[in-house]
Each structure stands twice: as structure tokens, then as C-alpha cells.
Design a protein around this ligand. Sequence first.
Ligand SMILES: Cc1cc2nc3c(=O)[nH]c(=O)nc-3n(C[C@H](O)[C@H](O)[C@H](O)COP(=O)(O)OP(=O)(O)OC[C@H]3O[C@@H](n4cnc5c(N)ncnc54)[C@H](O)[C@@H]3O)c2cc1C
Length: 390
Amino acid sequence: MRSAPSAVLEGGHADLVSSFESFVQRELVPLAAEVTETSAPPPADLRSYVRKRSAALGFYAGEYPEEWGGAGMPLTAVVLLHQAANRDGCPLAPYALGGADGPSPLLRHGTPDQIRHYLVPLVRGELTRCFALTEPRAGSDAFQLTSVATRTAAGWTLNGHKTFVSNADQADIAIVVTATDLGAGPTAGASAFVVEMDRPGLRIGQRYTGMSGEPLFELLLDGVHVPPDAVIGGEDGVGAAAALAMDSLSWGRLIVAGQCNGIAEHALRLAVEHARDRTAFGRRIGGFQHIQEHLVTSHAEVECAKLLTLASAQLVDGGADALENAALAKLTATQVAVRVVDRALQVHGASGWVRGHPLEFLYRHVRMTTIIEGTSEVQKVIVAKAMGLE
Ligand SMILES: Cc1cc2nc3c(=O)[nH]c(=O)nc-3n(C[C@H](O)[C@H](O)[C@H](O)COP(=O)(O)OP(=O)(O)OC[C@H]3O[C@@H](n4cnc5c(N)ncnc54)[C@H](O)[C@@H]3O)c2cc1C
């Protein structure tokens, strides 16, 4: 459902969004006919094709500068593309934009060599990566790291245990965050390394299948030797991982918010269509006030989430770090999407609950969004701090 209030903030990017939607309809929807399994990601070769084709058209990783192969898009445009990619239910569309497998914002701080060798091919969709930060005892408290990198004459040796890593089975490189100087405290001592996945000592452990079929992996580091220039940012990057991550926190959270707004729009459209069509007790169910309550409340919440997300993205584009606003938008958009999908399924009754129905998939898929990129509780901690409530 599109409506006037958020269109005010979308205005400047309408042509871009409409050209992305045409690409999805013209090229991805026909290809998606090959994707019959909704409980697993699309085949890797199809995802690879979608990435490269979308990169050639300027959509994939469009937020990166043109000299690195991107399109120099502002965050507002990127958020709107993620919203559009999740709005129409084409299972390939989200893969046309960089996600957990795409370029890592940490590499923006890379040395010229790291940018040439890793970031540029990632932006073109030729390589994929994974990001290994979480550990069995370090989740929200992300820098309580026990994985450690030790300096050697030839570079660094990495040892440790990472968990819940997306795309580890397909990635060409891993961005691995470890402690480098435990004496300096967990945050001060963390560094991010680029590690090629075929390095001896690096291996995938357990595979976890998530609710929506997307797998996560353990990544085990057993004496992995990397050269001195594997630290992102070179010598200046040693101990600086937390600082380097700061400037992309709002980006990551607002992109998740945009994805959620698209998911919620999709669910709401399905529910409205169903409510206009389905009859019970001799009338359309959309005429029942209980059903209208589900749909109108959802519509109001989705519009609020979109406005908050786009206004926060515009603050970032204006040069603010917008950490509090990004937290508010991520908290709101993810929770709204979870509620809207739940209500849309309720409006469908049993038909929405059946395996293979889009709402059955969305119900499982949307649940991760309140956990990734900082849980809802972590967003509340950030907002409470900004409210002076520490
Ligand atoms: C689909 C998916 C993909 C992921 N991909 C990756 C990846 O590619 N790479 C990677 O490194 N990690 C990844 N993760 C891991 C993710 O980053 C962590 O799950 C997340 O940081 C939360 O950590 P945790 O699961 O250990 O929960 P915990 O930190 O143990 O939190 C448990 C509960 O306690 C709450 N809590 C924690 N601290 C506070 C606090 N201060 N105040 C109030 N409540 C609090 C949390 O909000 C949560 O409700 C992924 C997770 C999922 C679900």
C-alpha cells in the first residue's frame, strides 16, 4: 500500500525506485519461477547471477562510491530500494541489493590494496563475504571476545570460535573480529581482519538452519595465519574495530528498517486483498470491524514506521550519525513488521498458515529482524541513554 505521507519523503528517489521495480518485474520475477522451495535460500548460482546483473545496472551495493564500482547513492535511496525489494514478494529481489553477503562497510576503511582486492569485487557482486563477530559468549555484548589474534614475525595468528555467521558456506572472504590486545579491554583491543576462506586452520563447524531456512554457521579458527596487511585499515586499524564500526551502525539499522517496511507493506496488501474477497456470514470479511481493526491499525503503524525510517535516513544523509533515531526506526519498523505479518496471517485464517503461502513464509522470515543488527532491547538501551535514563 502506498500512501501520501511517506511519498513526500520518497519523492526525490521515485525514478530510481521505479526503475528497480521494472528490473525486478522484467528480469527477476521470470527467473524466480525456478525457485520453488521457500524454506531454503535460492540456489547459489542464481544468487550470483542476480548480484552481478543488478551490479551492472547500478542497484547492487549502490551506496558505495562510483570509483569503487557503486553508484554513490544516499542512504535514503538505499533504504527505499530495500523497501521495494521486499514489497512485492519476489524471492530474488532482496538478493539484488547487498546484504549479509555483500560488501562490508568496514572495508570502506580499508587500505588502498584492501579496497582494490576485496571491496571493488564485492561491490561488483563478483565476491561474497561473511562477517564473524558473534561468539558463544559474546552476542549483544559483542566485544567480550575470547577469539584472539597474536602478532607474529610473519603477520598474525588467529584462534577462536565464532558462531551464527551468515553466508559462511558461500563466502570468498570472512571479515573476522577478534581481540588483539586483551590488556587494553575488550572494545579497545578488537581488530577486524580480512581472511580468505581457504586459509588453513579456518573451517566451518556446525550448520544451524534458521526459522525461514536461511542457514547460519560456526566458524572455527585454529591457528589461522594471515599476513600483516590483513588488518582492515592496516596498522591504524589495530585495536580500532569498534571505532570503525560506529559510522555504519545507523546505515545497517535503517536498511533493516527499510526491509521491514517492505515486508509489512507486502503482508498488508495480501491481507487487504483477502479481506475484500473472502466472505463469511454472507458478507465480505473486510466489512467486519474486527478485521478492519487489524488492517487499519496495521496501515497506520506501517506509515509511521516508514516516516520514521525515511526521516532518520535523511538525517544521516545530512551528515548526522543519527544513532538514536536509527535505533528508534529499527525498533519501530521491526516490531511493526512482526505485528503486521501476524495480523495479516490472522485475517487469512487457515489459508495463510499453510506451508507454501507467502504469509506462512513471512511469519517465519520476519522474526529474525528484532534480533539482527542489535536486538530490540539493545535499541531501547540506546534510546534510553539518549533520554538521559542511564
Ligand atoms: C538471522 C541471523 C543472522 C545473524 N548473522 C550474523 C552474522 O553474520 N555474523 C555475526 O557475527 N552474528 C550474526 N548473528 C548473531 C547476532 O548478531 C546475535 O544474535 C545478536 O547480536 C544477539 O546476540 P545473542 O543472540 O547472543 O543474544 P544475547 O545477547 O544473549 O541476548 C539475549 C537477550 O538478552 C537481551 N539483552 C542483552 N543485553 C541486554 C541489555 N543490555 N539490556 C536489555 N536486554 C539485553 C537481548 O536483547 C535478548 O533479548 C545473526 C543472528 C541471526 C538471528
